[in-house]
Design a binder for this molecule. Structure first.
Ligand code: G6P
Length: 489
């Protein structure tokens, strides 16, 4: 854990992310029901007693009328959440367009949209303008709620313009920015038309964090090569002002998973699953249905494994949970049909009247069902083409202390840098390699499985989400005041 000034008692932390950690459903003109989602970030911040977190973000719904907005604001206040209202046009241009059709694929090395380059180029300016406008709207809400002494923590690629907007309001505001995706090589970032403006806006923050050292290094290289600034071991310097840049690998609330396994309902689920798949090894994939997750490639590798290992055909099953996401973006719609087509073909090819090799679900599972599934799995397949960290790999490990299953992990997921020694690392683009790793995992002797699991389990239970949040905020508190003018020595 990095050294830092002790956190002030109950310091207020304003957490700004595109999406609030709640899903809101309108029940009437002025009534809403809210469901708080217990993601990594939420439990990380709830677990840190030294600060009091408030969330600022989009509730994920369009609320055009004042009555609805007032009612939702009131309901959210009870959950310490503050909404930013985005209209449909902004959501279309900023969220579906610039964030999810441009920045997301680019940061995951899938390039700028290929399909209709000219159309994309033409809409680029308007999408970037909407992106800046949306970021300004987030800044307005932060500014309205900011009190002196608060720390503002901005999250992810949706809000790269926010640090600059906030510092323009108040240069004394303590601002951190953390990226949950990879930051790509500077050679990729430089293809982005708005490359310089985005880098400069992020550099307005006091502290800039990434999951891995590589991403931090790519960011510093982009600043030196594209902006001509000076990279130092501490970060990036511009005319004597230092923006600190560092790696803060996120974790999970491992205790929450471990405790859940003891619940009678989860034990019951486990019994049912064991019975359902008796005599077969269970392989598991849990992903948002996103092109970065490499789901088609994973399924093709499983097909190759079945092709080459006929004796395994009726002894193994792949359960693929594919959670629908960003369904308004055409690329995501195409991916869904592509995955369905491949799964159908393979089940037709290798299925029997009583069993199919792949169970594919287009939906999420509730927390308890998910824990049970992790616990009965023999081999987890996390084969993202690129992934900022990938916490599914962490969740699987947390639930495997009894079974000691094998994790097959993409070398292009941030998690490869922490769980690499315990997992079987693969290049997800190489279908033969992944197929071979499935055979290796299924045949792995128990002593080796135990050794690998132990390595990963220690990591997952010691590098928790709570520790991640504490370290980031403590380091942010520790950055020098205001303009951080440093005399070069
Ligand atoms: C990734 C991003 C998050 C985002 C999540 C779900 O993990 O880093 O910022 O919230 O995907 O995507 P969505 O577009 O539904 O918010």
């Amino acid at each position: 854990k990095q050294e830092g000034r002790p956190l002030r008692q109950r310091q207020r932390l304003l957490v700004v992310a595109n999406r609030l950690p709640v899903s809101a459903v309108r029940r009437g003109e002025d009534s809403w029901s809210l469901d708080i989602s217990a993601g990594g970030l939420v439990s990380a911040l709830l677990g840190v007693k030294e600060f009091e977190a408030r969330w600022i973000g989009w509730a994920g719904v369009n609320v055009p009328d004042e009555i609805g907005q007032k009612a939702l604001t009131k309901a959210l206040a009870e959950k310490r959440c503050i909404p930013v209202f985005l209209d449909e046009e902004i959501v279309h241009q900023y969220y579906n367009g610039y964030c999810n059709n441009i920045l997301w694929p680019l940061f995951h090395y899938l390039g700028l949209p290929q399909e209709d380059r000219l159309a994309t180029t033409r809409s680029f300016q308007s999408q970037f303008a909407a992106y800046k406008k949306a970021n300004q709207m987030f800044a307005d809400v932060v500014n309205e709620h900011y009190l002196e002494g608060d720390v503002v923590w901005c999250h992810d690629y949706h809000l790269m313009f926010l640090p600059k907007c906030l510092k323009d309001y108040n240069s004394k505001m303590k601002v951190g920015w953390f990226l949950h995706t990879p930051f790509p090589s500077s050679e990729i970032h430089r293809t982005l038309p708005s490359r310089s403006e985005l880098l400069r806006s992020v550099l307005a923050a006091d502290l800039v964090g990434f999951h891995t050292y590589d991403y931090a290094r790519h960011f510093v290289s982009a600043c030196t090569r594209i902006l001509g600034l000076e990279g130092t071991p501490e970060g990036v310097e511009d005319q004597g002002r230092l923006t600190r840049v560092a790696a803060f690998p996120i974790g999970i609330d491992s205790e929450r998973f471990i405790r859940a396994l003891e619940l009678p309902q989860v034990q019951e689920h486990i019994r049912e699953l064991k019975e359902r798949f008796a005599g077969r090894k269970v392989m598991l994939g849990v992903d948002r249905l996103d092109m970065i997750k490499g789901i088609p490639q994973k399924i093709l590798a499983f097909e190759k494994f079945l092709e080459e290992n006929p004796s395994w055909r009726d002894k193994v099953v792949l359960l693929q949970i594919a959670v629908p996401t960003r369904t308004d973006v055409p690329e995501y719609q195409k991916l869904t049909s592509q995955v369905h087509e491949i799964v159908g073909r393979i089940n037709g090819r290798f299925g029997t009247l009583t069993a199919v090799p792949i169970h594919h679900l287009d939906r999420s599972l509730d927390f308890q069902a998910l824990c049970a599934l992790y616990a009965v799995t023999d081999v987890a397949l996390v084969t993202s083409l690129r992934d900022g960290m990938n916490l599914v790999s962490y969740e699987f490990v947390a639930c495997q202390d009894a079974k000691k299953g094998v994790l097959i992990l993409s070398e292009f997921a941030g998690a490869a840098q922490s769980l690499g020694a315990g997992a079987i690392l693969v290049n997800p683009w190489n279908i033969t390699e992944v197929a071979n790793s499935i055979a290796q995992a299924l045949n792995m002797p128990s002593e080796e499985r135990e050794k690998r699991h132990k390595h990963n389990f220690i990591h997952v239970t010691t590098h928790t989400a709570q520790e991640w949040a504490e370290t980031f905020v403590s380091e942010l508190n520790d950055t020098e005041e205001e303009a951080q003018i440093r005399t070069r020595q």
